[in-house]
Design a protein. Sequence first.
Length: 150
Amino acid sequence: MTQIPRSALILGLAGVVPFVWGALTLLLPGLFDWGLATFGPRFVGPYVQLFYGAVILSFMSGVLWGFATKAEGRQAATGYALSTLPALWAFFTTGGGEARAAMNLIVGFLALLLLDYAFARWGLAPRWWMYLRLLLTGLVVACLAVIVLV
């Protein structure tokens, strides 16, 4: 992990905070009550995780789009097309109840990891990219799994 630039690692881990917060408020009723009173219902439990998860999958579509700009021809067209998938997945699959939406986001983040790998293999992502993405995806999936398991 020493290959990951410090700023990318810190910002990436900071981006996981809403997922961790949501999982903690599900596991600790007192924290849920405090968060509810302090921040409101949208920022506790599964609500913060599901909304933020859809936002992050959409954000990652933009990241992949940026990687696709480094390609040319058919590879660029493929990259642009693939980069739209995480956002579309989030848009179309995050309804249907908390557990179902969480499972769909888990699938979306795992599929995103495959896309990350493809872009890295094509030489479009930084060499450290997969180390960062494996770490962050593992944390996010673990946090979303709390929704499914609780």
